[in-house]
Design a binder for this molecule. Structure first.
Ligand code: IPM
Ligand code: MG
Length: 372
């Protein structure tokens, strides 16, 4: 009998997306051989690349490919070329946000791991970063000010006015809070919930709801921080954090800050999880936390690790291929420990070497093929 083929929608997108995706697919093919599984990649255009060839950032064929798949492996979208289009047609608003909403991908998990061997790449003082840290940002992804209505620019007697609406239903806060507390349970048992309860009504409901959910998790310690204070504390004491629970906009901002503190945006993967498929598996979209980096696109120098680690998250959360996911994670670590560095994480340290996207990919592949 033929072995089961896992169908994966592959959306490389714009900028460095296609370059780093190429390495991720090679890695997936290598683990498929090693673990005797079969992946069927359905590659489709998205974002600016799709606008250029099909006139829309999220063409019907792309959406259909995602519908039919077990999970989506996403590259990145956007770039200066498409910034003058009407807002709703641009890659971010025309593809990324609709994909999140369409598939109900409400839970965005962004692990910020500062590898010990990369601690020097952090812009934060060594005594603060220490031998690295591991913080997980759990960001609400389908609600809040990103999607609330009305959302418009309109004319008023005094001129133009812009309106964005921040709205959260208690049930939306509850379900993301459960994700955060469950995640903390498998980690260091601490949740830091982010709000702006001193100004926003949203913050009051957020805080009350998170407190109520916390009662189901007596072993998890809960702290609340206002978002402005959290921005400071993350820089002052990053190692004190375990799981950060944040509404959409605050999570967007803080996860970039956390990424910078690790010193290596190009290392950070992310997963956006939606429908529970049972057995601890979810439909999800997996993408690097960094953007399309148009400034270095096409040069073959981007760091493929975030895309490769995103593929590992896909295997873990959507397919349940835990050993294959562990193998990829270890292979990335091995390549880094062996001194391989793309430009974004190269600090000139002894025994390290500045390499291209492809060489980094090959080092990871070699670690997978040689591993036991
Ligand atoms: C992210 C990005 C997106 C967001 C943009 C590209 C719309 O910054 O995934 O963090 O704001 O969510
Ligand atoms: Mg962002």
């Amino acid at each position: 009998m033929d072995k089961q083929a896992y169908r994966i929608a592959v959306l490389p997108g714009d900028g460095i997306g296609p370059e780093v995706m190429r390495e991720a697919l090679r890695v997936l093919e290598a683990v498929a051989v090693r673990f005797d599984v079969c992946f069927q990649f359905d590659e489709q255009p998205v974002g600016g690349a799709a606008i250029d060839v099909m006139g829309s950032a999220l063409p019907e064929v792309t959406l259909m490919a995602c519908e039919k798949a077990e999970a989506i492996l996403f590259g990145s979208v956007g770039g200066p070329k498409w910034e003058s289009l009407p807002p709703d047609e641009q890659p971010e608003r025309g593809a990324l946000l609709p994909l999140r909403k369409h598939f109900g991908l409400f839970a965005n998990l962004r692990p910020s791991i500062c590898f010990p061997s990369l601690a020097k790449a952090s812009p934060i003082r060594h005594d603060i970063v220490g031998d690295g840290f591991d913080v997980l940002c759990v960001r609400e992804l389908t609600g809040g000010i990103y999607f609330g209505e009305p959302k418009e620019i309109r004319d008023d007697i005094n001129g133009r006015v812009a309106v964005d609406t921040m709205i959260y239903h208690e049930s939306e806060i509850e379900r993301i809070a459960h994700v955060a507390f469950n995640s903390a349970t498998g980690r260091r048992n601490k949740v830091t919930s982010i709000d702006k309860a001193n100004v926003l009504r949203n913050g009051i409901l957020w805080r009350e709801t998170v407190e109520a959910v916390a009662e189901n998790y007596p072993d998890v310690q809960l702290e609340h921080l206002y978002v402005d204070n959290a921005a400071m504390q993350l820089i002052r004491r990053p190692r004190d954090f375990d799981v950060i629970l944040a509404p959409n906009l605050f999570g967007d901002i803080l996860s970039d800050e956390m990424a910078m503190i690790t010193g290596s945006l190009g290392m950070l993967a992310s997963s956006s999880l939606g429908k529970d498929k049972g057995g601890g598996l979810y439909f999800g979209m997996y993408e690097p936390s960094g953007g399309s980096a148009p400034d270095i696109a096409g040069q073959g120098v981007a760091n493929p690790c975030a895309q490769i680690l995103s593929a590992a998250l896909l295997l873990r959360y959507s397919l349940g291929l835990t050993s294959a996911a562990d193998t990829i994670d270890c292979a990335v670590r091995e390549a880094i420990d062996a001194g391989m560095r793309t430009g974004d994480i190269f600090t000139g340290e002894k025994d390290t070497k500045k390499v291209t996207t492809a060489v980094m990919g090959e080092a990871i592949l070699a670690a997978i093929n040689e591993g036991n």
